[in-house]
Design a protein around this ligand. Structure first.
Ligand code: KIV
Length: 273
């Protein structure tokens, strides 16, 4: 008898089937260590292009490249066995044509081992989503605030504050669902719209700064761990790791300076000659 534990990884159809059911728990992840810690507790790990802001210190996600996404996607997929790993398509890697999107998304799937890709945009990306899903690439869509359009939007603003804007955002969600997306991120959308959209949209909505009524929630892991000194207002922090790291480093620094640093001899011991 084998003592092997078989873990079945969550799939894109598995997430789609959760519409209206048990809430979907999602987090971003960019590296092996935190991905391993999160894996047993989440349904979906997104290797988001927020990596450009969080790890690389850029002011937006615009400078992120396909190569960066592949490096981070590969380590997260290799470090995990339970959660569905989704890799973001970065700005400029999919908008030109469905063919460009397929070429780059296929590369992401082959080189990272992820289970799906994410791309930003509603009705304007429906043709591309249909092209990808029709060729074996599961797509997570992203509507509302789409950070890759920050220069066109003029900033990172809540979407749908005016009721007059609701119809276009609802149409975006309907269009990506109709095109075959298995779920849709709804980012920074006025609460009543996010709740209404969740009712009308046939695929799971994954909220971020949207509504507790969404079918699931996603947060940037570093934000909820307290590693971002200026997290978005809607983020609840579940730990204060920034302060803990700083105090640990200060403690180490003080011990080194005081020559109180425990050298390896306290572990190895001394050999009697
Ligand atoms: O890039 C990212 O991390 C995202 C999430 C915030 C949804 O798109």
């Amino acid at each position: 008898m084998s003592s092997h534990k078989t873990v079945r990884r969550i799939t894109a159809p598995g997430i789609a089937a959760r519409k209206g059911g048990e809430p979907i728990v999602a987090l971003t992840s960019y590296h092996a260590h935190t991905a391993k810690l999160a894996d047993p507790h989440v349904d979906l790990l997104l290797v988001g292009d927020s990596v450009g802001m969080v790890l690389y210190g850029h002011g937006s996600t615009i400078p992120v490249t396909l190569e960066m996404m592949i490096v981070h996607g590969k380590v997260v997929a290799a470090a995990t066995e339970h959660a569905l790993v989704v890799v973001d398509m970065p700005f400029g890697s999919y908008e030109e044509s469905p063919q460009q999107a397929f070429r780059n998304a296929a590369r992401v799937m082959k080189e990272t081992g992820c289970g799906a890709v994410k791309l930003e945009g509603g009705a304007r990306m429906a043709e591309t989503i249909r092209f990808l899903t029709g060729r074996g690439i599961p797509v997570m869509a992203h509507v509302g605030l789409t950070p890759q359009s920050v220069n066109a939007l003029g900033g990172f603003f809540v979407q749908g504050r005016e009721e007059a804007q609701w119809a276009a955002i609802e149409e975006d969600a309907r269009a990506v669902a109709e095109a075959g997306a298995f779920c849709v991120v709804v980012e920074a959308v006025a609460e009543p719209l996010a709740a209404r959209l969740t009712k009308s949209c046939p695929i799971p909505t994954i909220g971020i700064g949207a509504s507790a009524a969404c079918d699931g929630q996603i947060l940037v892991m570093e934000d909820m761990l307290g590693l971002n000194p200026k997290p978005p207002k809607f983020v609840k922090t579940y730990a204060a790791l920034g302060a803990a790291i700083e105090s640990a480093i200060a403690g180490y620094s003080a011990e080194v300076k005081a020559r109180a640093f425990p050298g390896p001899e306290h572990v190895y011991g001394m050999k009697k000659s």
